[in-house]
Design a protein around this ligand. Structure first.
Ligand SMILES: CN1c2c(nc(N)[nH]c2=O)NC[C@@H]1CNc1ccc(C(=O)N[C@@H](CCC(=O)N[C@@H](CCC(=O)N[C@@H](CCC(=O)O)C(=O)O)C(=O)O)C(=O)O)cc1
Ligand SMILES: N[C@@H](CCS)C(=O)O
Ligand SMILES: [Zn+2]
Length: 763
């Protein structure tokens, strides 16, 4: 008989109690033992929930105090050299220091977890002396067993993925690093086996990306050594987010189970299983319930899929599970009270996905009739959404089809636009600017809360926002910035804000997901056709511009980012959704221009994260993503300067596409990866305006002038000084007031020094 499982459960809690505990601890409002107690309570609640729902194999060690990749690194004593660490259990202060930076040391780089909006802390191997500091999976297993009687399934990030996601070593050192790490993994697994653990889930998501022959060899040697060290342990080699490359090598590995994604890797994995079969001595972890989407599954379709799979793998060798960890979806639909019934009826978050998994397993164990009622209910819920008027707006569909039939372009090419814009704007060498947001202080959030509750009128709230703009326009002038912003005080989140004003979106009340550390996002749901209804940003931008002679940049979130940071409908393609968004946002760009705003930034930080994991799908995605950006921005006059901004990922492999977006200026995150992006510009030419972020905004640490000067000097060795801008890495909404002002003052000072140094050499 099939069993049920999930690959991981959200950490944050239905009311974000995890986030609140972390932030209270950091703020000194919880002492360490209270903090541990609160987190334990949250962890146990999550395990209890899975047990009560009837999940057979419940994951443990998926919980984290910040991030599971950081946990793996610290479990092996891998701590960046710049922190003082002399071995042993990594204390919480150091753990959070690595993640968030300290007064004396910068934080580790943070980057996207594959193609999701979750960010992990990149382990730095350089100079590390790996040694086991504590067996975290074992501790988690013991806790679940002793306190709840749960026979947990420890989850561990596998060695190949861990190495591939780390930095600080040369490719030629991969084998020697593997040799150092393998005995540690073996020791962890031995202790688990000794404890009587039955199943261990070893995550190797890297296997869905292009894997070299060398890596396949490494994979074999890793799992051979595990098999000979702990033959009694059932290892589920788990993959997710796409279909595996090298199916036949993977299923030949000496492990008990192979976990495959039959949602996001459906066609590849299913055809591999169909063509090559599945080994008779192994268990198939069938990821049939979407771990990162929010829609109810069609149980009928899932049963048909499972029927096909059980034709190849007998039920007793099948585990019905989520396609990936449920970390990427909100906790429960149950508390949502404000959604349209046809929408709410079609949603499934983490807890509802547990129900779906249990239902499908029940159908396998007791026959389809045992879930007959649910089968009918699910189909009727999905039908109701399909028929919603919001999904069937012919006017929008026709306009978007007409506009997207042509390839959008500005009137003049950049080289000519650049000259016209130089004459118009008369900016100094190395213009300084910021990315858009200024600190969202407690006062700002409180004001918004009061307004949302109806305790503040629209007028009072608008007045409050204007006061914030006043303060920051003055401050920006006083600090000496050249291109100002209004500060985005009216915005909760850069996606949610726009979604709330466009047609076709819905918003949950509690649908939070972890983005990085304690920071969460509440992705909007694009469930209908998207349309512009009224100007969204003109009032605040115009107001800020009225308060200064210096240019104020208008600030929008781009179509691809809005799409990638929302949960989207699945009845039309992502490309179609992107064009609908682009058409709506173009109307906002035009409204800003009409209101006299001559610099407009269209942020696209999430372009990279939407890049398909399979190389063969990437060019097509980039082609329509670039087209959507150009649809948004290309109808403006030549003198109007279009900016864009990107952060949070590696961009070196997509510089050509970034250039094809044809933005007059891009500001791009560089500093947290310690300038690695600059190296890419040594290899690629980039001939549009560019500001490389000169300081990391994720850390409360105020960067020194010399640090920024050296970033600037390094960048100017490879970039055209005439096209170079100076700015922070990203928006400043998460920072405090004083550190922001001090950091910007230092940035302006570093710019002054650079201008002095370079003014003679630049014509
Ligand atoms: C730039 N990034 C973004 C990503 N994805 C997005 N969708 N948006 C992004 O901006 N992905 C990549 C990066 C990730 N970076 C961040 C940066 C910062 C945050 C963040 O600060 N998140 C906040 C929540 C933001 C928000 O919507 N705040 C609301 C308040 C909501 C709230 O907490 N309300 C309280 C009551 C009010 C109070 O007393 O504070 C409640 O409901 O209890 C607002 O401003 O009104 C966070 O706190 O985690 C996320 C990703
Ligand atoms: N304009 C946004 C971009 C964040 S990626 C901000 O400044 O917060
Ligand atoms: Zn950013």
């Amino acid at each position: 008989m099939a069993k049920s499982s999930v690959l991981g459960y959200p950490r944050i809690g239905a009311e974000r109690e995890w986030k609140k505990a972390l932030e209270a601890f950091w703020a000194g409002k919880l002492d360490q033992s209270e903090f541990h107690e609160q987190l334990k309570e949250i962890r146990l609640n999550h395990l209890r929930k899975q047990m009560d729902k009837g999940i057979d194999l419940i994951p443990v060690n998926d919980f984290s105090y910040y991030d599971h990749v950081l946990d793996t690194a610290t479990m092996f004593g891998i701590v960046p050299k710049r922190f003082s660490y002399e071995g042993g259990v990594v204390p919480l202060s150091l753990y959070y220091g690595i993640a968030r930076g300290t007064k004396d040391a910068t934080a580790s780089e943070m980057t996207k977890w594959f193609n999701t909006n979750y960010h992990y802390i990149v382990p730095e191997l350089d100079g590390a002396e790996p040694a086991i500091t504590e067996n975290k999976p074992l501790n988690a297993y013991r806790e679940a067993k002793e306190l709840l009687g749960i026979e947990g399934k420890p989850v561990i990030l596998g060695p190949l993925s861990f190495l591939k996601l780390s930095k600080g070593y040369a490719a030629t050192e991969t084998d020697s690093w593997l040799e150092r790490l393998l005995p540690l993994y073996v020791q962890i697994l031995r202790e688990l086996a000794h404890e009587g653990v039955q199943w261990v889930q070893i995550d190797e998501p890297i296997l869905v990306t292009k894997v070299s022959a060398e890596d396949v060899r490494r994979l074999k040697s890793i799992y051979d050594s595990f098999a000979s060290a702990v033959p009694e342990l059932n290892i589920m080699l788990q993959t997710y987010f796409e279909s595996v490359e090298n199916y036949s090598d993977i299923v030949a590995l000496p492990v008990k189970g192979i976990g495959l994604d039959f949602v996001h890797g459906l066609s590849g994995n299913l055809s591999a299983v169909r063509q090559s079969g599945f080994p008779a001595d192994k268990v198939l972890g069938a990821g049939v319930i979407d771990g990162r989407g929010i829609w109810k599954a069609s149980l009928q379709e899932k049963l048909a899929l499972l029927k096909e799979l059980t034709g190849i793998v007998s039920s007793d060798r099948l585990i019905i599970q989520s396609s990936c960890s449920l970390l990427h979806v909100p906790v429960t639909v149950q508390n949502e009270k404000k959604l349209l019934p046809e929408l709410k009826g079609a949603l499934a978050f983490a807890d509802e996905k547990l129900d779906e998994i249990v239902l499908l397993t029940k159908a396998d164990v007791s026959g389809e009739t045992s879930i007959a009622v649910e089968l009918v209910q699910y189909e009727s819920d999905l039908q109701a959404l399909k028929q919603s008027g919001e999904r069937n707006r012919n006017d929008i569909q026709q306009s978007v089809a007409a506009i997207s039939a042509q390839y959008p372009a500005r009137h003049l090419p950049f080289t000519e636009r650049h000259l016209v814009q130089r004459d118009k704007w008369q900016l100094p060498l190395f213009p300084t600017t910021t990315i858009g947001s200024f600190p969202q202080s407690a006062e700002v959030r409180k004001a918004r809360q009061l307004w949302r509750k109806g305790e503040w009128s629209n007028e009072r709230y608008a007045k409050f926002i204007e006061e914030q703009i006043d303060i920051w326009v003055k401050l920006q002038e006083e600090i000496g910035l050249d291109v100002l912003v209004h500060g985005e005080f009216e915005r909760t989140d850069m996606v949610e804000f726009f979604g709330e004003k466009l047609a076709g979106f819905a918003f949950t009340q509690f649908g939070w997901v972890q983005s990085y550390g304690s920071r969460c996002v509440k992705p909007p749901i694009i469930f209908g056709d998207v349309a512009f209804e009224e100007a969204m940003t003109v009032e605040e931008t115009k107001y800020a511009q009225s308060k200064t002679e210096r240019p104020v940049k208008g600030m929008l979130t781009g179509p691809i980012t809005i799409m990638n940071w929302s949960f989207v409908r699945e009845d039309i393609t992502r490309e179609q959704i992107a064009y609908q968004l682009a058409y709506a946002l173009r109307q906002e760009v035009e409204a800003l221009e009409k209101a006299g705003i001559g610099m407009i930034q269209v942020d696209e930080p999430a372009v990279r994260e939407g890049l398909p994991l399979k190389e063969q799908d990437q060019a097509n995605y980039l082609q329509w993503a670039v087209k959507a950006f150009r649809m948004t921005t290309s109808t403006v006059q030549d003198t109007t300067q279009i900016h864009t901004h990107m952060c949070y990922c590696e961009f070196h492999d997509m510089i050509d596409s970034i250039e094809a977006m044809d933005a007059d200026v891009i500001s791009i995150e560089t500093s947290r990866s310690h300038g690695e992006l600059i190296h890419s510009f040594e290899l690629n030419t980039y001939e549009l305006g560019i500001g490389l972020g000169v300081y990391d905004i994720h850390s409360p640490r105020v960067p020194r002038v010399e640090e920024m000067s050296s970033m600037i000097d390094r960048a100017l060795r490879v970039l055209d000084p005439q096209l170079f801008w100076i700015n922070p890495d990203c928006g400043l909404k998460t920072r405090g007031f004083e550190e922001t002002v001090d950091s910007l003052r230092n940035m302006v000072e570093a710019t002054r020094i650079a201008r002095e140094k370079h003014s003679l050499t630049v014509k």
